[in-house]
Design a binder for this molecule. Sequence first.
Ligand code: F6P
Length: 326
Amino acid sequence: MAKIKRIGVLTSGGDAPGMNAAIRAVTRTAIYNGLEVIGIRHGYLGMINANFKPLKAHNVSDTIQRGGTILKTARCEEFKTVEGRRMAYENLRAAEIDGVIVIGGDGSFTGARIFDEEYNIPFVGVPGTIDNDIYGTDYTIGYDTALNTVVQCVDKIRDTASAHNRMFFVEVMGAEAGHIALFSGIATGAEAIIMPEIKGEGRDLKKMIENGNKRKKSSNIIIVAEGDEEGGAMAIAERLKPEFTDYDIRVSILGHLQRGGSPSALDRVNASRLGNAAVEALLDDQKSVMVGLQNDVVVLVPFRKAVKLHKGLNQHLIDLIDVLNV
Ligand code: F6P
C-alpha cells in the first residue's frame, strides 16, 4: 500500500457525546506522526460535496468537553448509491486523501465496507453511537454519557412518581437494542424493563409490580427501549392500562436529550484511545476494520463482522432484574 500522507476524518449517523474527543485524538495522533488531516463535514455527504476543511492541532483545542460534533454529521442516502460513492472517490482523490477514519455506528461502517471493496482507499472505523450496539466492542463512544443522562432523568421522575403514587413508562433510545434500557433500568431500580431482545408484551410486568407493592413501593417505573417490537412507551402504556386500573399512569419520552451534553470522563478517555488507535491502524496498512475495546484492550474487528453480527445483552444483568425485584 502507498505510504499514507494525508487522512480524512468524518462523523456519521447519530451524533454521540465524545465524538469531538475522538476527532481531536485522530487529528493530534496524525500530526504527531507527520500526517496531514482533512476534516470532512456532514459525514459522507461532505465526501460527495467535497466539503473539506484542513484540521491543525489548534482546530481541535477546547473541544474535548463538548457534545455534538464539530464536523457535523448526517445520515446520507446518496452514499448508498454507486454514483454517490463514485463522486466521493473522485473528491478524495482530488484532495489527495490516502485514508479515511469514520466515527459512527454500524450503518456508517456498512457504507465504509462497500466503498473499501470498490475503491483503493482504506477506511478505518471508530464506534460512535449512544446505543452501544456494535458487535466486536464492549463499548461505543457516547454510551456512558447517555446512560448517565438517562439515570439522572429517571431519578427525577422517581421523585415526582413517588409523590403522587404514580406508574411511569419511561422511553429511552435504542432503535434496535436494549443496552441503554437494561443498564439504566438496573441503575435506577426500575420495577420492569421492556427491551426488544426479550419478547412478549408485558413480560412479567404484573408480577414485578406486585413484588414492588409487597415492598411497599409508592411508585412504579417501567423503562421501555424505543425499539421494542410492541411499540414505544406510549403504545405499550395504552395497551396495558386496562390491566392496571388501580394506577395513575404517565408516560415520559426522554428523546434526543440523551444524545447531548458534555461527555463523561470515560467517554473522553475511550474516545481518545480509539481515535489514536484508528490512525495507528491506517499507518499499519489496515483497512475495512473498526477499532474496538474488549476487556479494556484495543482490538481490530473487520467491518464485515461488526456490521453483520448482533451484540447481545449481558445475560447476567438480565437475570439480575428478577433477583433485585424479589
Ligand atoms: O443510533 C443512535 C440513535 O440515537 C438511536 O438510539 C435512535 O433511534 C436514533 O439514533 C434517532 O435518530 P435521529 O436523530 O436521526 O432521529
